[in-house]
Ligand binder design. Sequence first.
Ligand code: GDP
Length: 497
Amino acid sequence: MIKLTGLTDEARFALDNVAEAATSLTTPNIRLGVTGLARAGKTVFISALVHNLIHGGRLPLFESAASGRLARAYLKPQPDDAVPRFDYETHVAALVDERIWPSSTHQVAELRLTIEFESASYLARKLGSGRIHLDIVDYPGEWLLDLPLLGKDFRTWSQEALAQSHDSARAGLADNWHKRLNETDPLAEADEVIAKQLAAEFTDYLRACRADDRALSMLPPGRFLMPGDMAGSPALTFAPLSIDPSVRLPKNSLGALLERRFEAYKKHVIRPFFRDHFARLDRQIVLVDVMAALNAGPGALRDLEAALTEILQSFRPGKRSWLSSILTRRVDRLLFAATKADHLHQSGHDRLEQLLGRLVGRAIERASFAGAQVDVLALAAVRATREAMISRNGEKLPAILGTPLKGETVNGEKFDGESEIAMFPGDLPENSEALFGNGKPIDGYGAEGSDDFVDNPLRFVRFRPPRLEHTAEGMTLSLPHIRLDRALQFLIGDRLA
Ligand code: GDP
């Protein structure tokens, strides 16, 4: 008999997985991770995916639905009692009834969708109809970017974080924090008030990096911007310090206190997240707001590429890493999706996809990534716009129609959230390669005549969720989307074969 009390966390965790595998013998399950940085579109994606599956949405590229083999899909209680449930009903009510966007992801949440289908193979059909649990795990992408911290000590991390804060893409954002740092003596006696001030100013700097005009991605520690249920706890009350490498930190010093908390963050925050949630995933979609980065300029694109490289690395960690030792399942399909494609006319979707493909391709090279199937696509989980051709100066141009959110301004006109407009959304450059200049993202769009020239750069207007259409019989149709079905096919299509 095994004595459970004597087991390490990792061994106990492996046993849990054996138990989980045993209970899923009757009905197989897939654990699908949905991640992305704040506002990338996770909440909207999960709500739309589930809504379309439950309500028989139009999914022509999702093979089992297109061939009529999808019998039904319904929500069931999730397997993990201690994880918050994804609040599907509230989010869908916001989208469908109120036509407002749901409140975003701030922590891990889970939802189980059971799908009944008829197998395409004769033999499997004879064995009875198929059933599978799709366990969707929603978590902030910021937390994934914490993985590299495990390999660093407080001084190394401090040095790197300080160097990064002097990067040109972050210019001017860290001034207050730098000033405070200059006034701080790491060797002075530990003082909680100073620790809190440092943490608050460091967090303000990270928050400014994330704001729309900079749209940066690499902003660890992930819980500083996305604290989940840990806001205000000591494990989050630390910040980088500038410490002379030759100096020993006295036990009661501020430096020693912050160093201890950095270690506590690794132990009590990073490791449990990877062990309890990440290590159990089978499939993963990473949602990326490419247009937000593009809009903010080359620094944001470079930073996004660095973030994608880190994310890829976490899916195939080196054999000797701690993460490898606890991975009991391996993600074998990984999808990168550029979200909110409905902000572009369909002629721009391929360009958006191409741009993300370019970013991920470079990340794959840099991370020397191999092992899982990786795909890239541009999608809109909820399509808030329609398309039309509109005449301007005798020329027909592709436009999008939608209802701008209340308060949005277009050409100086402020909108009330009720009236619909037609607008030319602008273009992405035909050749995304050009956005990277000599291997580096370049500043905005190029000059007339050059490869990356667009005479109509992107314009961003946030639209309200769409009004749902009704069939002739009065049935409400499910949420419209762009390529959500292609994402589904890649992520779970093979398991419904
Ligand atoms: P999360 O932080 O990753 O959970 O992001 P959300 O799913 O809450 O999305 C953030 C915001 O992006 C939403 O409030 C919407 O304004 C916008 N958004 C997300 N998905 C779509 C989409 O498919 N189409 C459009 N037009 N907007 C979207």
